[in-house]
Unconditional design. Structure first.
Lengths: 534, 99
């Protein structure tokens, strides 16, 4: 066993097979090597490790107990699998051995915020990250790409991570792929087709509902930009900007975050979305803002720069962007199109100004002129508009959800939690939530108490949420005795306490607080539906 | 979940509720009130931390009110807007003494 000391860091090279036959020897050897010394960190170099059994893993566990900073490095794919399967990768730092790849002389086919994409051979491309310490970013991009794929967005997922010089890269398979930027530049006759496919993908992204907490919320980011701007805009304008952004409702649908034509690829007649690390959730206005910047905002003074970035000129970019807006909004109404573009510009300029100032743009006369121009335009737009919201038909499907549960009083909390979880996703007010909880309690408890009496039975609770305007529909279904709770006469709520019977208020309260309550008996089932607009 | 906190003093019994007063927790309150209404002539409910009340909770309040109409007085304090509206809809605003 090869043991090396570098000051107080010890690197121990593990070799061959470690199993119950030799794990004791390996452990003794390591203990002798470390002796009484207290290493600041222990690296187990697994380059030459071929196999490790649970006896070997136990040695590592014991060693880690005395040396909490222990890392296992240069692990082959096969051995890594063992670490992964046994949960060791979650307990300690286990790093794979990465293949070294050179991109020297390779064609650059894309460049994004965090990295550059090279074609390394006919079938493969590598995205090399700018930041050498980018393993977390790579992992993040892989996770969000996987999430997007599961949610139905056609995208490429990297199948390997490699070393490129001092940085890391992720490898994608890419057969004969062409970016939309390249198509627009080389084959102008395809512009309309590109617009059509580009908008189709955009609408798909914007109608994809993302489970809560899986992606960052773009609104939070943009609120941060607006707060930064408080020092660089006249006070009233700065306040207005922040309040307009804060007024944008929470939206759990996906946005790409960097949706320009370099990030859309055509591969064997299939359109693929790439560069997924900016994926987020939020209102579409945030997406349109970054799109506006990619085709226009960035290049308002330096018109030529877009050629380097996209491969086509500013005139083509404008044409593409304007056609995109029309197709996305499904209108030719110039006034509507202009207003949506302006709203996108408000967010777009906010981002550009902040970005440039943070990169010391105010110290460079040419870039200061750009900041001044964006600021002037932003102020004019803030005078003109009071909201960032606009109408777009995204044909979003109402998310549907169902709970099948035994109808007992004890299950009330489960049913309430199930409904509330869905209400929270759409941003329901306290008052509406309480009214809905009340109605849910009345109906569910009625079923639990009476529907199957004296036996027990099940109930189905279905929650459907419709967008624009937000409306909740909750359906209760049971197979108990036919019973129409709505047929009961309303109580007289004007009577004094002494004259009023105790009880009989439940259904009345439901009727009062819901927009609609419907009952039907169909196919042997009581079906009660509550409808409420939020 | 419902926390019931009873604080008796010289003239009144203060009952502070925290959490949800619903089908599952109403029996709990009913039991506490049985003993409270027996010994106190002046009952005060503090709803500062009451988040939710359903018809099962209203039933308990109405029963208590009926008892106290005979025995003494009952007051409800610190009612949130949301619960206030439920009292309005059900006519409880007229039945209860809300401060």
């Amino acid at each position: 066993m090869n043991i090396k000391w570098d000051n107080d860091i010890v690197t121990i090279a593990l070799e061959g097979r470690i199993d119950s036959g030799n794990s004791g020897d390996v452990e003794n050897e390591i203990h002798e090597a470390i002796g009484d010394k207290k290493p600041a960190s222990v690296n187990l170099d697994a380059s030459a490790l071929e196999y490790i059994s649970s006896a070997g893993l136990r040695v590592i566990l014991r060693l880690r107990k005395d040396n909490p900073t222990l890392r296992v490095i240069n692990v082959s794919s096969e051995v890594f699998e063992v670490f992964e399967m046994t949960g060791f990768t979650e307990m300690m730092s286990v790093e794979k051995a990465y293949r070294q790849v050179s991109v020297e002389g390779c064609e650059e086919i894309g460049r994004g915020a965090n990295g550059t994409i090279y074609r390394v051979d006919k079938d493969n491309v590598v995205k090399v990250f700018n930041d050498p310490d980018s393993l977390d970013d790579i992992q993040h991009e892989r996770e969000v790409a996987r999430l997007a794929l599961i949610l139905g967005i056609p995208t490429a997922i990297s199948y390997d991570v490699v070393r490129v010089g001092d940085s890391y890269g992720s490898v994608f398979e890419f057969l004969n792929a062409t970016s939309f930027s390249r198509m627009i530049a080389d084959e102008p006759e395809k512009l309309d087709w590109c617009v059509q496919e580009y908008v189709k993908m955009l609408k798909l992204i914007h109608s994809t509902l993302v489970p809560e907490g899986k992606l960052p919320d773009m609104k939070e980011t943009v609120v941060g930009w607006a707060k930064f701007m408080q020092d660089y805009l006249p006070e009233d304008k700065a306040k207005k900007l922040l309040s307009m952004i804060e007024a944008v409702p929470q939206d759990n649908h996906m946005i790409h975050g960097d949706y320009h034509t370099k990030n859309l690829e055509l591969q064997n007649d299939e359109v693929l979305l790439i560069d997924m690390d900016t994926l987020a959730v939020g209102n579409p206005v945030f997406e349109l803002a970054s799109m506006f910047n990619a085709y226009s905002g960035f290049f308002e003074i330096d018109h030529e720069a877009i050629k380097k970035f996209q491969g086509f000129d500013l005139e083509t970019a404008h044409k593409f962007w304007q056609k995109t807006l029309r197709a996305y909004l499904e209108t030719d109404d110039e006034e509507v199109i202009k207003s949506v573009e302006d709203k996108a510009r408000i967010v777009g300029y906010t981002r550009l100004i902040r970005r440039s100032i943070r990169r010391k743009g105010l110290e460079d006369p040419a870039r200061k002129a750009e900041i001044d121009l964006w600021t002037k335009e932003l102020i004019e737009l803030l005078d003109k508009y009071d909201t960032l919201l606009f109408d777009v038909d995204l044909k979003r499907e109402a998310p549907k959800d169902e709970l099948d549960i035994e109808a007992t009083e004890e299950n009330l909390d489960t049913v309430t939690a199930f409904v509330d979880e869905r209400l929270e996703k759409v941003g329901c007010s306290m008052k509406s939530q309480m009214q809905i909880d009340l109605a849910v309690e009345e109906i569910f408890i009625n079923i639990a108490k009476y529907a199957y009496k004296p036996d027990k039975g099940r109930a189905t609770v279905r929650v459907e949420v419709k967008d624009d305007p937000v409306q909740v529909k909750i359906t209760f279904l049971d197979h108990g005795k036919p019973y129409d709770p709505l047929a009961k006469e309303d109580p007289d709520v004007t009577l004094s306490a002494d004259d009023r019977p105790v009880g009989g208020l439940g259904i009345f309260m439901v009727k009062q607080s819901m927009d609609d309550v419907l009952y039907e008996y169909k196919d042997g089932a009581n079906i009660l539906t509550l409808v409420k607009s939020l | 979940m419902l926390d019931i906190n009873k604080t008796p003093n010289d003239t009144e019994m203060v009952i502070a509720l925290k959490g949800r007063l619903d089908t599952l927790t109403a029996p709990q309150l009913e039991e506490e009130l049985n003993s409270a209404t027996e010994c106190a002539n002046c009952l005060v409910f503090d709803f500062t931390e009451l988040e939710y009340i359903s018809s099962a909770g209203l039933r308990v309040l109405l029963s208590a009110q009926k008892t106290m109409n005979v025995k003494g007085s009952m007051t409800v304090r610190n009612v949130s807007d949301e619960i206030r509206e439920i009292f309005d809809v059900t006519g409880f605003s007229d039945i209860l003494t809300i401060e």
